[in-house]
Design a protein around this ligand. Structure first.
Ligand SMILES: *Cc1c(COP(=O)(O)O)cnc(C)c1O
Length: 340
C-alpha cells in the first residue's frame, strides 16, 4: 500500500460521504433544477454573507470564470508570481480572458497592499494595460500553505477601492486558513468581491468548487460557466458530497495541520534536511542537503511506500489530508527518523 502525500486531492470519499451521494435528490442543474446543487450554493453564499454562489467542476474553472467576470480583454490583473491562476491553470488568464498578469515578488505567495499600489498602471497612461483586478490566494499553494494576515487583506481592499479594482480570492484551501487562524467565512465575504473555494482538497469530495459573490458581479456567471464547458446535469450527487464535507470535514482540518506540524518538526531534526519552511496548515515544504539528490530521496521513499512531490528548484512538498490516518502518520514519522 502506498501512503500518498503528494496532495490533498488524492482522497477517496468516506463511507458517510458515499451514503450522502447515494441518497442525493438530483435534477438537471443546467436548468437550475438540481435541488442539492441549489442547496449547496445557497448554503455557501449564506456562509460567506454573499447573495449568490455557483457550483463548478474545478477550482481552475471557478477562478477562470471569476477573472472573466471581472475583466475585459487587454486588461491586467495583479497577483503573486507563484499564484495558481498564473502558474497552474494552463495559461487560462490569457486564453479565456485575454488578460495579462502583473507578477509580484511576494513572500510565500502573499503580496502586500503597498506592492499592489506600486503595480497599478495609471489609467491615464494608455500605453500600458488597464489594471482592473487583484487576485489573492489563501492559503497559498506554492507558498506552502501559508496564510495571509487578515489586516493586510483589508489594506489591499482599501487600495482596490481607491483605484476601482476588483478583488478575487482563490480560496482553494480557504477553510484551512479559517481553521488555522480562527477566522470566519463572513470576514472574507466582506472584503472580497468573489471567492472560489474547493471542495475537493482538504474537504475531501471527489470534485467540485464553488464561486461566491454578489448578484451584480455574478450576473453573467452561468453564461461564462457554459462557455467554459462547465454546465453539468445531475451533479447534485457531487453537491451532496460537498454538503456532507461542510458538515463533517471542516473542524477536522486541525488534525491535518497537527500532522503536518509534526512532520515538519521531525524533518527539521534530520541530517539530510537543509531547511523546512514554517508549517502553517497542511503543507510541508522542505529542501535537502547536498548529501542526497532529490530524485534519489523520492525514489527511496517510493520504494518504501511513501509518495511526495517535487515542485522544482529543490522544493519538496508533503500534503496531509483526510486519508492520511494516525497509523500511517506514526509509520511515516518512524521512517523519517530512521532514514539514512
Ligand atoms: C487546487 C487549486 C486550485 C484549483 O485546482 P483544480 O485542480 O482546478 O480544482 C486553485 N487554486 C489553488 C491555490 C489550488 O491549490
Amino acid at each position: 500500500m502506498t501512503i500518498d502525500l503528494r496532495s490533498d486531492t488524492v482522497t477517496k470519499p468516506t463511507t458517510g460521504m458515499l451514503q450522502a451521494i447515494m441518497n442525493a435528490k438530483v435534477g438537471d442543474d443546467v436548468y437550475k433544477e438540481d435541488p442539492t446543487v441549489n442547496e449547496l450554493e445557497k448554503r455557501l453564499a449564506t456562509l460567506f454573507g454573499k447573495e449568490t454562489a455557483l457550483f463548478f467542476p474545478t477550482g481552475s474553472m471557478a477562478n477562470q470564470a471569476a477573472i472573466k467576470l471581472h475583466t475585459q480583454p487587454g486588461e491586467q490583473l495583479i497577483c503573486d508570481k507563484w499564484a495558481h491562476v498564473y502558474n497552474y491553470e494552463g495559461g487560462g488568464v490569457s486564453f479565456n480572458s485575454g488578460v495579462s498578469c502583473k507578477l509580484i515578488d511576494g513572500k510565500r505567495g502573499m503580496i502586500t497592499a503597498s506592492q499592489v499600489e506600486e503595480n497599478i498602471n495609471s489609467p491615464d497612461f494608455y500605453h500600458s494595460p488597464l489594471t482592473t483586478l487583484v487576485c489573492l490566494e489563501n492559503t497559498t499553494n506554492k507558498g506552502g500553505g501559508a496564510c495571509y494576515d487578515f489586516d493586510e487583506i483589508k489594506k489591499i481592499r482599501n487600495v482596490c477601492n481607491q483605484h476601482n479594482l476588483g478583488l478575487h480570492l482563490d480560496g482553494a484551501r480557504l477553510f484551512n486558513a479559517l481553521v488555522a487562524k480562527k477566522e470566519t467565512a463572513k470576514q472574507y465575504g466582506e472584503v472580497f468581491d468573489t471567492i472560489s473555494i474547493c471542495l475537493s482538497k482538504g474537504l475531501g469530495t471527489p470534485l467540485g468548487s464553488v464561486l461566491i459573490g454578489n448578484e451584480k458581479i455574478m450576473h453573467n456567471a452561468m453564461r461564462v460557466r457554459k462557455v467554459l464547458g462547465g454546465g453539468m446535469r445531475q451533479i447534485g450527487f457531487m453537491a451532496a458530497a460537498g454538503l456532507y464535507a461542510l458538515d463533517h470535514h471542516i473542524d477536522r482540518l486541525e488534525e491535518d495541520h497537527r500532522k503536518a506540524q509534526e512532520l515538519g518538526s521531525a524533518l527539521k531534526k534530520q541530517s539530510y534536511v537543509k531547511e523546512v519552511e514554517t508549517v502553517e496548515t497542511n503543507i510541508v515544504i522542505f529542501y535537502l542537503n547536498d548529501s542526497i539528490k532529490e530524485t534519489e530521496f523520492i525514489n527511496k521513499l517510493e520504494s518504501n511506500g511513501f509518495r511526495i512531490s517535487a515542485m522544482g528548484q529543490g522544493k519538496l512538498r508533503i500534503v496531509t489530508h483526510l486519508d492520511y490516518t494516525d497509523t500511517m502518520h506514526i509509520h511515516f514519522m518512524n521512517f523519517l527518523n530512521k532514514f539514512e
